[in-house]
Write a protein that binds this ligand. Structure first.
Ligand code: NAP
Length: 308
């Protein structure tokens, strides 16, 4: 937690704060469920069905997740064990949309590759056809998942870059500016210059972007993923990039995070960020405060602010 959130946790609650940055081990998850009234887990802390099954009479009554994504928690198993779950929607939206734009621009304009060139000392100087990239202004973006973050990305693309926006979601959206709902994922993939992923992770979206979707994309198109690594069949993405069936990818998340395959790391046309979506002090504090607001509401016997 940021210093501000740690200070609040210590002042409002009898809090034990774990300082390690690695995910909770199976033993730690069981201790958390057994000994604490409330646990504030985060990405990587695998509260799967086995974690709940392993503790017969949990003391824990709430998992107040730090993060909007909760695909690491088996919510049904938690509820069966009598444990509520909350998350931190909204606080993450703008920062994550900004990261999507960072990846779009870096990948379209070859910024990572260019920076590596300068740092290598090998740059020979400007010339009219040096490192030509994709001009983003006015292009067609397709957004898979049009919730809070998907819409915030669309807003940036529409108002900031004059792009036309198409989207795929389970329901019709009316954001107040021109967007077109796609008939299918294949149709969306086939018609856009940039395909951006903004769906939740979990079983319902695992490998949503598979070899067929990648094959439908145009060879000049880019794939951007700020959602969850498992949404993309990573092996299929590597094969498609190696065969130049799409021009590049910008990734903030990976299927087997934090492992990033050498094949991806070796490709110049791929921008790789270490899951930076919400990584600013302000946003991480807002997320932490929302998690603690949920804890406070729960312990006071009130409704959760952002239940899952
Ligand atoms: P959200 O508001 O719940 O939006 C999710 C959108 O995905 C909704 O539009 C939903 O459609 C759509 N959707 C869900 N399942 C779908 C499916 N199978 N096919 C097509 N569309 C589907 O969530 P959010 O706040 O925007 O966050 C989205 C995700 O971003 C999070 O769950 C998290 O995993 C990820 N994230 C990543 C970072 C990062 O650091 N990289 C940071 C924050 C969040 P309907 O609206 O029709 O239901």
């Amino acid at each position: 937690m940021t210093a501000a959130v740690e200070a609040r946790a210590r002042s409002e609650f009898d809090a034990e704060i774990r300082q390690e940055t690695t995910p909770l081990t199976a033993g730690e998850r069981q201790r958390a469920l057994r000994e604490f009234d409330v646990v504030v887990p985060t990405l990587g802390d695998q509260f799967d069905a086995a974690s709940f099954a392993g503790v017969s009479a949990p003391r824990c009554r709430l998992l107040a997740n730090f993060g909007v994504g909760y695909n690491h928690i088996d919510v049904e198993a938690a509820k069966t064990a009598g444990i509520a779950v909350s998350n931190t929607p909204g606080a993450v939206t703008d920062a994550t949309a900004d990261t999507a734009m960072t990846l779009m621009l870096m990948t379209a304009r070859r910024a990572g590759e260019g920076e590596r060139l300068v740092r290598s000392g090998q740059w020979q100087g400007w010339h009219p056809t040096q490192m030509l990239g994709l001009h983003l202004t006015g292009k067609h973006v397709g957004i898979v998942g049009f919730g809070r973050i998907g819409e915030a990305i669309a807003r940036r693309c529409h108002f900031g870059f004059g792009m036309s926006v198409s989207y795929l979601a389970r329901s019709e959206k009316s954001p107040g500016f021109a967007v077109t709902r796609a008939d299918s994922l294949i149709d969306l993939a086939a018609n856009v210059d940039v395909l951006v992923l903004a769906v939740p992770g979990g079983a319902g979206t695992r490998h949503l972007i598979n070899a067929d979707v990648l094959a439908a994309m145009q060879p000049e198109a880019l794939l951007i993923n700020i959602a969850r690594g498992e949404v993309v069949d990573q092996a299929a993405l590597i094969a498609a990039l190696q065969a130049r069936r799409l021009a590049g990818a910008g990734l903030d998340v990976y299927e087997f995070e934090p492992e990033v395959p050498l094949a991806l790391r070796q490709m110049e046309q791929v921008t790789l960020l270490p899951h930076l979506g919400t990584a600013t002090e302000e946003v991480r504090s807002d997320m932490g405060h929302l998690a603690l607001d949920n804890v406070a509401a729960f312990l006071a016997g009130n409704a959760l602010i952002s239940p899952v």
